[in-house]
Design a protein around this ligand. Structure first.
Ligand code: AMP
Ligand code: MG
Length: 400
């Protein structure tokens, strides 16, 4: 039941970002301790409480001196260690022994590494010229007092934790995680714990989606799966639309019992796309009903997985307060020739080696969960290009 002309991959992704950016309500805020901050989205700028470094700092163990005096002989005034104030002023042909992280004495404009000098009996010989500024991190070089140390809208990483810790931010204002309803549809589905009849399958999509939502910083809420019945789907959607985002699995193709779009129509849903020129995942649906965004993800496990990563995750990011969602794309070198039929952008399970060489995993189509589980990336074959030689660059999507 295609309602809208099919979009290209780029158009569909842009549509998700544009619509959610324009219509998403501002996410609520809560405070967490620094240790709980990784993966959360910062709700307010956090500012530097002082310059970083607060004083010019030596980046090496060595001797602080005036670069203009090098090469030459110096008198050693004493030493300065990390963690103590500096008592010295360096004048012509004087040097202070200095440790990594210690404050560079006034008057000195360079540090020469201990490995590059000869020191004995209070005398120092520097055989080679040293550049002014060598091995010194000037005051405020990495961050100025009052500047944003981390900006609102950033998803916090271990490195952001390091900088938040440095500026003394112990309690962190973050956005509340969006609650994401997961609703699988399909007459063939049974629960993971059940013993399926030969014509039945276990509902793996709800669990996979929950794991993807959690990894993406959302809070998954798995609803009981529904049969391919309009009434059941409508009833369950009522509950689903209580959440910030709704992910449906299955029931969006052109089959007689693909009823998801019919069920959504009961909620006066706006549907912005329901077909994208991609594989897997062509019949992917995106829209909004009752103020909530939804994705109708095709039921084949690879389709569900890929459509979440390339579309739904951007919406989840925006609902989490991320300013500009980013697709984790990189370039890799093809380990073998690759060709595909142009017309669709393809996302194919693949593996990267330690040399950034990528190899597609042989796979039996969108239902091949095993190939999906073996993959650590997806090879992204652009829709208009048919052939790549071994050794050529190709884009890869690396979800993490
Ligand atoms: P559909 O998109 O509803 O046409 O589903 C396509 C195929 O995906 C089905 O025939 C199933 O093999 C598979 N499938 C659908 N839903 C699920 C699910 N929740 N978990 C695992 N596989 C599913
Ligand atoms: Mg189905």
């Amino acid at each position: 039941m295609a309602l809208v002309a099919p979009l290209t991959f780029a158009q569909a992704r842009e549509e998700v970002i544009r619509r959610v950016s324009a219509l998403a309500p501002p996410p609520a805020t809560e405070t967490v301790l620094l240790d709980e901050a990784p993966g959360r989205v910062l709700a307010q700028d956090v500012f530097a409480d002082r310059d970083y470094p607060p004083e010019p700092r030596s980046m090496r163990d060595g001797f602080a001196l005036r670069a203009a005096d090098t090469p030459g002989e110096f008198r050693i005034l004493g030493e300065v260690r990390a963690g103590e104030p500096c008592r010295f002023v360096v004048e012509a042909r004087q040097a202070v022994e200095i440790m990594t992280g210690a404050t560079v004495p006034e008057g000195a404009d360079a540090v020469v590494m201990v490995e590059h000098v000869h020191a004995a009996d209070g005398r120092l010989r520097v055989p080679h010229p040293v550049e002014p500024g060598a091995n010194i991190s000037p005051r405020g070089a990495s961050l100025r007092q009052g500047a944003a140390a981390v900006e609102a809208g950033a998803r916090l990483t271990p490195a952001s934790v390091a900088i938040l810790a440095s500026v003394g931010a112990a309690a962190i204002p973050v956005h509340v995680r969006p609650r994401v309803a997961i609703l699988a549809t399909g007459d063939e589905l049974v629960e993971v714990e059940a013993a399926p009849a030969p014509w039945q399958i276990r509902n793996s999509n709800s669990r996979a989606l929950a794991a993807q939502v959690r990894r993406a910083g959302g809070e998954p809420v798995i609803l009981p799966p529904v049969r391919d019945s309009l009434e059941e789907t409508v009833e369950s959607l009522q509950q689903a639309f209580q959440h910030d985002l709704v992910l449906l699995s299955g029931g969006v193709s052109a089959g007689k019992y693909d009823l998801v779009e019919h069920a959504l129509a009961r909620f006066d849903a706006e549907i912005w796309f329901d077909r994208v020129l991609i594989q897997p995942g062509q019949p992917c649906v995106f829209g909004r009903a009752g103020g909530r965004f939804f994705f109708g993800l095709p039921g084949n496990p690879a389709s569900t997985f890929v459509c979440f990563e390339i579309f739904a995750r951007a919406a989840l990011d925006l609902l989490s307060g991320v300013r500009r969602p980013r697709l984790p794309l990189a370039m890799a070198v093809l380990a073998e020739p690759f060709r595909h039929k142009p017309g669709l952008t393809r996302f194919l399970p693949a593996r990267l080696d330690d040399d950034a060489r990528v190899r597609p995993i042989p796979w039996g189509g969108s239902g091949d969960i095993r190939a999906l589980a073996l993959a650590d990336c997806f090879l992204v074959a652009e829709s208009e290009r048919p052939v790549w030689d071994a050794g050529e660059f190709i884009r890869v999507l690396i979800p993490s």
